[in-house]
Design a protein around this ligand. Structure first.
Ligand code: 5GP
Ligand code: ZN
Length: 105
């Protein structure tokens, strides 16, 4: 099981900031900004490349972006970055889709 699946199943600890049936969000263990959260679908998908052209995956990615927006709003962030690393050469290390939310305020 991948590390994010283990976080989802609570076998591995993390600082969870949001959770619903589809999505979990937690603090990045090695933050690269003052605020660095990871928004992760509970369904294991390796990379953005593996998304299907169907409504379920469209909805899932849409929900990830909206969760990120809502968390940023809760934190009263004025500006922030939303980032998907896709593939090893682009810096993807964990092969379970995740959206980085990063901000210094
Ligand atoms: P990637 O480079 O794959 O887009 O991002 C993976 C992110 O996961 C990195 O920013 C890294 O710091 C974070 N990370 C790696 N292992 C763990 C972990 O066990 N717990 C948490 N909370 N974050 C992790
Ligand atoms: Zn996984």
């Amino acid at each position: 099981m991948c590390i994010f699946c283990q976080i989802i199943s609570k076998e591995v600890e993390s600082e969870i900031v949001f959770e619903n049936d589809d999505i979990i969000a937690f603090k990045d263990l090695y933050p690269k900004a003052k605020h660095h959260l990871l928004i992760v679908p509970k369904k294991h998908i390796d990379t953005i490349k593996d998304l299907n052209e169907n409504e379920a995956d469209e909805e899932l990615v849409g929900k990830m972006v909206l969760v990120a927006r809502n968390l940023a709003k809760d934190l009263e962030l004025e500006g922030y970055q939303l980032l998907f690393n896709v593939g090893k050469s682009a810096g993807q290390v964990i092969f379970h889709i995740h959206l980085h939310l990063m901000s210094n305020g």
